[in-house]
Design a protein around this ligand. Structure first.
Ligand SMILES: [Zn+2]
Length: 273
């Protein structure tokens, strides 16, 4: 199963088989993680839309309530104005000065009430205008969000299809790789993989486990370098192999670390300027 340049007649073939599986599982874990992220993001988008729609609906309800209140105020004002008119018509029918002043007082009181009502209605109109402006804004924001969400959903669903195909392909490939690993070793590997989020077979270099960065005892490290067995790391429990057995991988890791250091240095420099 392993590539010709990885054939190592001098080390335990189980190390090579498990390493092949680990490389593949690492890619599979990354893809599965991305795939699992798709429905989560879809749900997030729907929730954002629902939240904004809900806010919009409650603003609309508030507008309806305010308009209903305005109508009731207008009805009452019309009634007050009618009373004033009616009372004014009665003015020339009164018999005594006492009746006259009582009627005049009533007209004055009702007129003041109608006036206060008119001011109240003007205030309500201001509120209505503000709420209407807010609704218009939210309507535009909702349309904008909906368009963006639709575009993102389309992309997500397309990537979901691609990811599903890739994952299916890797799972199938995994079956072949698994067949080359001793079943007891595979059980241990799978158990550790679950516990450590994907990486169960870790390289050791310069007497350290690169999974947890802790020291590997000298005797175990010597065994790793010889390639005669697959011991556990005493600290993190991962299965170990010597990084030197897979020089291309060690080189890739070295390049990755160099890039990361460079990026960190760049970030440090741009922080200073
Ligand atoms: Zn470790």
């Amino acid at each position: 199963m392993s590539a010709p340049n990885r054939k190592r007649p001098d080390i335990d073939p189980q190390i090579v088989a498990l390493h092949d599986l680990q490389v593949q599982d690492r890619n599979l874990t990354i893809l599965e993680h991305r795939l699992a992220g798709v429905p989560r993001r879809l749900e997030e988008l729907d929730q954002d839309l629902a939240k904004l729609s809900e806010m919009l609906a409650s603003e609309r309800a508030r507008l309806d309530e305010t308009l209903a209140f305005k109508r009731s105020q207008e009805d009452q004002m019309a009634e007050e104005q009618r009373i004033v008119q009616e009372s004014k018509a009665k003015l020339n029918q009164v018999q005594t000065t006492r009746e006259l002043s009582a009627l005049q007082r009533q007209i004055e009181t009702t007129r003041r009430m109608a006036e206060a009502r008119a001011q109240e209605i003007a205030k309500i109109d201001e509120t209505v205008a503000a709420v209407e402006a807010r609704i218009e804004e939210m309507d535009a924001a909702l349309a904008d969000l909906r368009a963006k969400a639709e575009a993102e959903k389309e992309k997500l669903l397309a990537s979901q299809g691609t990811l599903e195909k890739k994952v299916a392909r890797l799972r199938k490939k995994r079956e072949a790789l698994v067949a080359a690993v001793d079943p007891a070793l595979l059980r241990v590997y799978d158990r550790i993989r679950k516990r450590h989020g994907g990486i169960a077979f870790a390289p050791a270099s310069e007497e350290r486990c690169l999974g947890c960065k802790m020291q590997v005892p000298h005797l175990i490290y010597a065994q790793l370098v010889k390639g005669t067995g697959i011991p556990h790391c005493e600290h993190c429990g991962r299965l170990l192999y010597w990084a030197g057995h897979f020089p291309e991988e060690a080189e890739r890791r070295r390049q990755r670390q160099a890039r990361r250091r460079e990026a960190l240095a760049d970030a440090g420099r741009s922080e200073k300027t």
